[in-house]
Design a protein around this ligand. Structure first.
Ligand code: DHB
Length: 390
């Protein structure tokens, strides 16, 4: 079966679906495919913080205003070290807040909006391959039928294990990456909130992050070794570790409950350049991944497709193919700021294996510099909210 469209998009995560949505607002046709089923994507627990611009993009372009109704605006975070909390007030420092709204909900809103607007999204496909020279996507659909989608432009929004990225010839591409000697143990617990805002905790036992989900379920993480097997940890041991990492003279404790979900998240910083090769454009995790500290991944993906939709419109509707050249440099300027921010938050807050007393006390000095001065706090607030000066 053959389908003809203007933009063929591999990957129906937030990047692929948002791009398809933005293009459709300008009358540009696209087909989105994904090898996962819709249910598989909906059941993957991902991060939960949206920059204000990401929330506005969802609401203002008509995806859904659910983010504004069901999401929670957060006007700051707590940095906790030496057993004390220090608030960073985003609203006062940069005039913006962020939204607690899980990526799974962003995905559901986008998938619903695409189906409401008659978008062509095919989940659960297999054997996907792409042709960049005569742009096309070939795959076997969920009914077992071989399909070909011919298009003018191809977009690889197919995540950190992208197959599209490999189409850029080795001689023309640069992969920059950094591994970290730790991971996060992430849990969902059925318990009330322990704090109104997110708590990022530095402790001698390592980092912990106290986040939220709903009135009844909360999300928390603690630094662990990269080879940790989540299954062998009892609930009691998990709570003991989390409590120890946030403990302090102020008596702050976490409200405990049954742990309903647990996963170990690997840490990596990665950027693939260029983001364009001929008819192929890469977006989101296919082009870059960040360590989770600061929750930049989804926000970067949405920032990519905002630029990408604009240059694709110029290329396809105004016959200005040179516009495509602008995509990589414009997107990468933000990507590298976010890479720095995620790396910086990570290295400032985590216990580095083999750290000396000097290293730990230097980290505490850095945390005091950030929380103790307006310039330091504003630097964090700009990065966290994504409100970097242009
Ligand atoms: C969440 C995840 C993050 O990585 C982060 O920095 C903040 C919040 C979350 O899942 O809620």
């Amino acid at each position: 079966m053959m389908t003809r469209t203007q933009v063929g998009i591999v990957g129906a995560g937030p990047a692929g679906l948002m791009l398809s949505h933005l293009l459709s607002l300008n009358g540009i046709d696209s087909v989105v495919i994904d090898n996962r089923t819709r249910l598989e994507i909906e059941n993957t627990v991902r991060a939960g913080i949206l920059e204000a611009d990401s929330a506005r993009l969802l609401a203002d372009t008509g995806v859904s205003d659910r983010v504004l109704r069901d999401g929670h605006p957060h006007e700051g975070i707590d940095l906790r070290f030496g057993g004390e909390s220090h608030r960073i007030d985003f609203r006062a420092l940069v005039g913006e807040s962020v939204w607690l709204y899980p990526q799974t909900d962003v995905f559901v809103d986008l998938a619903n909006a695409r189906s409401r607007d008659g978008g062509d999204v095919r989940f659960g496909v297999r054997d996907t391959c792409v042709d960049v020279d005569a742009p096309a996507i070939r795959f076997v659909d969920s009914d077992g039928v071989a399909q070909e989608v011919r298009c003018d432009l191809l977009v690889g929004a197919d995540g950190s294990r992208s197959i599209c990225r490999d189409q850029v010839p080795e001689a023309l591409r640069t992969f920059s990456f950094r591994e970290y000697p730790f991971a996060w143990f992430g849990i969902i617990t059925q318990a009330p909130r322990s704090a109104e805002e997110l708590v990022y905790a530095h402790s001698p036992r390592g980092f912990a992050l106290i986040s939220q989900r709903t009135e009844t379920h909360q999300r928390m993480y603690f630094q662990c070794g990269p080879e940790t097997d989540a299954a062998v940890w009892s609930d009691d041991r998990i709570w003991e570790e989390l409590q120890a990492r946030v403990a302090g003279p102020d008596g702050f404790t976490l409200k405990e409950g049954p742990i309903t979900e647990r996963t170990v998240l690997r840490f990596r910083s990665f950027v693939a350049e260029p983001m364009r090769y001929g008819n192929l454009l890469l977006a989101g995790d296919a082009a870059h991944t960040v360590p989770p500290t600061g929750a930049k991944g989804l926000n970067l993906a949405l920032a990519d497709v905002r630029v990408l939709s604009e240059v694709v419109e110029r290329a396809l509707l105004k016959n200005d193919r040179d516009a495509l050249d602008e995509y990589g440099p414009r997107a990468l300027a933000r990507v590298w700021k976010a890479q720095h921010f995620s790396y910086w938050m990570t290295t400032m807050l985590h216990a580095l294996p083999g750290a000396t007393d000097f290293d730990v006390r230097r980290q505490l000095g850095e945390l005091r510099s950030v929380t103790g001065s307006e310039a330091g706090s504003r630097f964090l607030a700009e990065g966290y909210t994504g409100c970097w000066p242009a």
